[in-house]
Design a protein around this ligand. Structure first.
Ligand code: NAD
Ligand code: AHE
Ligand code: ZN
Ligand code: ZN
Length: 374
């Protein structure tokens, strides 16, 4: 009674380039339309490292990072009807209000209902629920899953089957949904198509799963780190190429391997030079390249316009084009039905106290996904 906040252990990003600091913060109780979540597990995605590095134009500090989580509803604010305490949920960095121009367009998953405040590290009412000694700490991508407790708008939660282990399906909160969805929803790869996937981290490996599901005839995985190749092959890659082992530029290598280029390519790194290579290895007349990787402030892509004039198409994909509230529960069911795996992505599990180690492993290329247990 009268309580307005609860203490929570959280990894705080105090400033760009600094290690995260695990400490106790205050989490305010949910306001109208909001939900308090106890986070059970969170994957670490390269985008968390990207923002921590200071390269993200939207990066705000101090903040609680993390956006690939799974949790249990602890308390709901006034007017919340779609979830109740005890429900299992996956936080969504792309909300789904079902009412905005974007949601109603039928053309995109990029709901904008809360996007503006979310990009400022704030809840929709323009304030933050996190603080330490009375000083504000900001939200991140509307999720902030590197905290025992977090608050989200109701429209930013997908309610999922309670029998799905949250330590596994947390990966559907970003990485695996993103890679699979980019192939199946954004590119709409069809049976027999040829595919090239640049970067074989959590995103690229998930794109391989999507390509296999679509029935692609060739799935060419490309990475400068050979240690990613075994899992890529296991998931369905038919060819694996390390650009550093070829004298020719990688786009020429792929064109030569595929009689003129691939039907679809995916950039899963965030490197603008590779984005160009991924476009230019596409087949003349119809090849499509999808950008998934996130590039730093000030970086730009370029190619000869002739590449597009002659029929290649450049696209991008966010969260795999998936509408989280309406589609993610079904993807969790697909996982429970054994249609794809998640366990093989989890190379490390660790407590929140070791979270900086998870970032080190990612930077050294030694992990696919570290899952943090909260
Ligand atoms: P990751 O670090 O696990 O994987 C990146 C892979 O790229 C690594 O295996 C690395 O060896 C490889 N690589 C690096 N440079 C390369 C090069 N020049 N040629 C070939 N391979 C190279 O990262 P991740 O978590 O898989 O994320 C990948 C990218 O996707 C990041 O930029 C991330 O921010 C972005 N992302 C975007 C979305 C979205 O919705 N659009 C969602 C999640 C992640
Ligand atoms: N804030 C950055 C862009 C970051 C970005 O592109 N985010 C992806 C998700 S990455 C998940 O790991 C995305 O979905 N973007 C759509 C959106 O609405 O943010 C910048 O450049 O400002
Ligand atoms: Zn992510
Ligand atoms: Zn909307």
């Amino acid at each position: 009674p009268g309580q307005t906040s609860i203490p929570a252990k959280a990894a705080v990003a105090w400033g760009p380039g600094e290690p995260l600091s695990v400490e106790t913060i205050d989490v305010a109780l949910p306001k109208a339309g909001e939900v308090l979540i106890r986070v059970v597990a969170s994957g670490v995605c390269h985008t968390d490292a990207f923002t921590l590095s200071g390269d993200d134009p939207e990066g705000i500090f101090p903040a609680v990072l993390g956006h690939e989580g799974g949790g249990i509803v602890e308390m709901v604010g006034e007017g919340v009807t779609s979830v109740e305490p005890g429900d299992h949920v996956i936080p969504l960095y792309t909300a789904e209000c079902g009412k905005c121009k974007f949601c109603l367009s039928g053309k995109t998953n990029l709901c904008q209902a809360v996007r503006e405040t979310q990009g400022k590290g704030l809840m929709p009412d323009g304030t933050t629920r996190f603080s330490k000694d009375g000083e504000p700490i900001y939200h991140y991508m509307g999720c902030s899953t590197f905290s025992e407790y977090t608050v989200l708008p109701e429209i930013s939660l997908a309610k999922v089957n309670k029998s799905a282990p949250l330590e596994e399906v947390c990966l559907l909160g970003c990485g695996v949904t993103t890679g699979m969805g980019a192939v199946l929803n954004t590119a709409k790869v069809s049976k027999g198509d040829t595919v090239a996937i640049f970067g074989l981290g959590g995103i690229g490996l998930s794109a391989i799963i999507g390509a296999r599901m679509a029935g692609a005839s060739r799935i060419i995985g490309i990475d400068i780190n050979d240690s990613k190749f075994d899992l890529a092959r296991q998931l369905g890659a038919t060819d694996l190429v390390n650009p550093t082992e070829h004298d020719d530029p990688i786009e020429k290598v792929i064109i030569d391997m595929t009689d003129g280029g691939v039907d679809y390519s995916f950039e899963c790194i965030g490197n603008v030079n590779v984005m160009r290579q991924a476009l230019e290895c596409c087949h003349k007349g119809w090849g499509e390249s999808v950008i998934i990787g996130v590039a730093g402030a000030g970086q730009e892509i370029s190619t000869r316009p002739f590449q597009l004039v002659t029929g290649r198409v450049w696209k991008g994909s966010a969260f795999g084009g998936v509408k989280g509230r309406s589609e993610l529960p079904g993807i969790v069911e697909q996982y429970l039905n054994g249609e794809f795996g998640l366990q093989e992505f989890i190379t490390h599990k660790m407590p929140l106290e070791d979270i900086n180690h998870a970032f080190d492993l990612m930077h050294r290329g030694e992990s696919i996904r570290s899952v943090i247990r909260l």
